[in-house]
Ligand binder design. Structure first.
Ligand code: APR
Ligand code: PHB
Length: 394
């Protein structure tokens, strides 16, 4: 089989790239290891920056998001028994975020690209490795129905997430990686109950971090910091609600509506960056190239900004025979990646319990007090949270 751009992975990165290229008449094939139902069923993040929302509109896959997504103009931060609000528009020249689940975005992109436009995506077809990416004709070796096959391409986009094979196809002396593991996880619960507040609540508490998020006016997503070795089996629904309420300011805890879980899972927290993101004709995008802890809601948005740069680079190649943007992809994408990696690390450090050191805790509270009471401090949080601008790339 042969195509123009071979895409490994049918998460948001792979689907968004395929869709944008297809609208420009550039052919792609997506190879995905899992089934379509499995990919669609995964519960992931849910806060979309304006840059990503605009890219979804450019991909003509943003209609339902614009209809059903919730526009949020701020977040709340709770600490020391207080609840402080950070307003986005007043600190960012009018910017806001959209609350809309990654699960819904994946569904919308699959429907637009595969069902409506007839784009090719092969599920249950795991890639094994990428070869010849330093030639003009790279190949993806993959497996389908127990047989080994190959996809010949002009370019390969490694959109196969953190555990994918695209990055692993690079010899270790040609790639540099940076990583940090945080000494805790997030226990997440999805439930069909109204959210406790209209906007997200990020909580610094002496028992550990908590987050009140949502998917809609009737579906809530809550998280509590847990130990690294904790297990979902250790938690009943009641125990989860009890612990969440202990970490919220009393007036918020009193408003929590409890209900049975639709899903409960544990997320480990890592920061990871690979450099570079381009190896000849192989490009890494999204989680394949970098991971952030979920505290700043940046993972999904970084996948979108990578695709913004990669899509424009491929378009310049196919429409204008230009290679310069392909050559600049890694640098441009990584500049934005590092800024979000820094923000996610900082925001995680500010809100989580790392140890029992009383001095560290007082410093966190003092920093939170400073940030929420200073215009400059609120601007730092707001402008990072709504998303730093994409660079012009043309
Ligand atoms: N062959 C084919 N597909 C593969 C392979 C392989 N060898 N390995 C992994 N995949 C698939 C996974 O099954 C998954 O569907 O690649 C896809 C990668 O998708 P995501 O992990 O969702 O990554 P990405 O598309 O980059 O999305 C950005 O950032 O913070 C997160 O929640 C956010 O998942 C989102 C991600
Ligand atoms: C979520 O709704 O799942 C969510 C929201 C904000 C975050 C992380 C996760 O920072």
């Amino acid at each position: 089989m042969r195509t123009q751009v071979g895409i490994i992975g049918s998460g948001p990165s792979g689907l968004l790239l395929a869709r944008l290229l297809h609208l420009q008449g550039i052919e792609t094939v997506i190879l995905e290891g899992r089934s379509r139902e499995y990919v669609q069923g995964r519960i992931r993040a849910g806060v979309i920056e304006q840059g990503m929302a605009n890219l979804l509109r450019e991909a003509r896959a943003g209609e339902r998001m614009d209809r059903e997504g919730l526009v949020h103009e701020g977040i709340n931060i709770a600490f020391d028994g207080r609840l402080e609000r950070i307003d986005f528009p007043t600190h960012t020249n009018g910017k806001v975020v959209m609350v809309y689940g990654q699960t819904e975005i994946t569904y919308d992109l699959m429907k637009a690209h595969i069902d409506e436009a007839g784009g090719i995506a092969q599920y249950e077809s795991p890639a094994i490795r990428v070869e010849d990416y330093h030639t003009d004709s790279p190949r993806i070796l993959y497996e389908q129905n127990g047989e080994q096959k190959e996809l010949l391409c002009d370019f390969v986009a490694g959109c196969d997430g953190f555990h994918g094979v695209a990055r692993q196809s690079i010899p270790s002396d040609q790639i540099k990686t940076f990583q940090r593991t945080y000494p805790f996880g997030w226990l997440g619960m999805l439930s069909d109950v109204p959210p406790v507040r209209d906007e997200l609540v990020y909580v610094n508490h002496e028992r550990g971090f908590a987050l009140c998020s949502m998917r809609s006016h009737t579906r809530s997503r809550y998280y509590i910091q847990c130990t690294m070795d904790d297990k979902v089996e250790n938690w009943t629904d009641d125990a989860f609600w009890e612990e969440l309420c202990r970490r919220l300011p009393p007036e918020a805890a009193a408003d929590v509506t409890r209900g049975p879980r639709l899903e409960m899972s544990i997320t480990p927290l890592h920061s990871f960056v690979a450099e570079p993101l381009r190896f000849g004709r192989l490009f890494l995008a999204g989680d394949a190239g970098h991971i952030v802890p979920p505290t700043g809601a940046k993972g999904l948005n970084l996948a979108a900004s990578d695709i913004y740069y990669l899509f424009r680079a491929l378009l310049a190649y196919y429409k204008e025979e230009r290679r310069d943007l392909l050559e600049r992809y890694s640098e441009a994408a990584l500049r934005r990646v590092w800024k979000a990696v820094r923000f996610s690390w900082w925001y995680t450090s500010l809100l989580h319990k790392f140890d029992d050191d009383a001095m560290n805790r007082r410093l966190q509270i003092s920093e939170l007090e400073y940030l929420t009471s200073s215009e400059a401090g609120q601007t730092v949080i707001a402008e990072n949270y709504v998303g730093l601008p994409y660079e012009r790339f043309e």
